[in-house]
Design a protein around this ligand. Sequence first.
Ligand SMILES: [Fe+2]
Length: 197
Amino acid sequence: MASTKRLPAFEKFIQDLRAAWVALPDTESRMKRGRDLLAELVKDESMRETCKRWPDTDGGRRNLLFYEDPDYGFAINGVVHGAGRKGSIHDHAQSWTAYGILAGTETLERFRRVDDGSKEGYAKLELESVAQGTPGKVDLVPPFDIHAEQGGPAKSYGLILRSERVAGKVLQGSYDRDKKTYRQIDGPTNIPYEITG
Ligand SMILES: [Fe+2]
């Protein structure tokens, strides 16, 4: 598994995650450990430096794919959002997601669904919380939690740990709060990208 090309801090993150997957019994506890590891990684100077070279992911729904574990299935993605980016409201189906900010700021919105889900294509949402996503902060999003990431005043760089890749495997939820609609959509296009040292 070890790769000499990878940025050392990123390689250590992968190996620490693999150890967590072995040591811990379930996805929730592994992802809570993963959130703590990600919180350390987003503070790493070499990671903060290297993210400035990542290509933009706005325009179409795109994620950089840095790593997908061949044994345990967890995936590590990145996003580069432009200033003032309008984020859509969505969930990540059954996967857990830890979302960390390397540079810039974003506004992280969480929503609560208040209808009973029985009406096809309909969903009524209420805003539950709004948090400032700042460098060093990591937000852990449980399966099917409804949320949106809004761009800040400057370009922002997000590092994402998913318990499993959603894109290309299962559909995820997409919501329009004003129209009160719900539909299932494909996940973002994953673009392979190496984090090298
Ligand atoms: Fe998300």
